[in-house]
Design a protein around this ligand. Structure first.
Ligand code: GAR
Length: 206
């Protein structure tokens, strides 16, 4: 079944671009109904426009407090027929209404529960991994709950940290893994193959 997506982002939108590419090459059975940016200068809005995808801005700075921001986001999301909300470099918390529990996903560029939480996004994550001296990092796709980078884990895979890595080279390796994992997780959702029991997510066979 084609899954209808809302994609929420704050930045350059490479994660959005990857989902668009997978949909266009037929490896992901999804349709992006709306892209919502939390900043009006997010380049992800241009990417949406380039592919004829409707886009909207719900600016974080124009809403005082999480409740008001969240409410404005859901008002926009609910204008569209959305099965799954996909966070794609979205740098804010958003409340999860009961009917969207286990219908919102996020991707984080590390192995949760390490190197995650408030303030841990993008390059900060790779810098922290290198500063700590960890030997592996990776990517994690998880359902969203009320805390940063915290809900049940759907897919998670490791990459090696190499002796001569910089934040940039590690980011390249992690992002290649992200490009593989996120569409796979969304496709599993589309196929109805994810079962959540507490914190554990089982992937049913095809
Ligand atoms: C991605 O690497 C994603 O994993 C990360 O932000 C980047 C978004 O890039 N998300 C987080 O760190 C969430 N805690 P993009 O704006 O180019 O899609």
């Amino acid at each position: 079944m084609t899954v209808n997506l809302a994609v929420l982002l704050s930045g350059s939108g490479t994660t959005l671009q990857n989902l668009i590419d997978c949909i266009e090459d037929g490896t992901l059975d999804a349709r992006i109904r709306i892209v919502i940016a939390s900043r009006e200068d997010a380049y992800g809005l241009v990417r949406a426009g380039n592919h004829g995808i409707p886009a909207a801005v719900v600016a974080r700075k124009e809403h005082k407090g999480l409740d008001a921001f969240s409410e404005a986001l859901w008002r926009e999301i609910r204008k569209h027929p959305v099965d799954l909300v996909v966070l794609a470099g979205f740098m804010s918390l958003i409340h999860v209404p009961a009917d969207f529990e286990n219908r919102m996903m996020n991707i984080h560029p590390a192995l949760i529960p390490s190197f995650c939480g408030k303030g841990m996004y993008g390059h900060h994550v790779h810098e922290a991994v290198l500063a700590y001296g960890a030997k592996v990092s990776g990517a994690t796709v998880h359902f969203v709950d009320e805390h940063y980078d915290h809900g049940p884990i759907i897919l998670q895979e490791a990459v090696s940290v190499l002796d001569d890595d910089t934040p940039d080279t590690l980011a390249d390796r992690v992002q290649a893994k992200e490009r593989e994992l996120y569409p796979r997780a969304v496709q599993l959702f589309a196929e109805g193959r994810l079962r959540v029991a507490g914190r554990r997510v089982k992937v049913l066979p095809a």
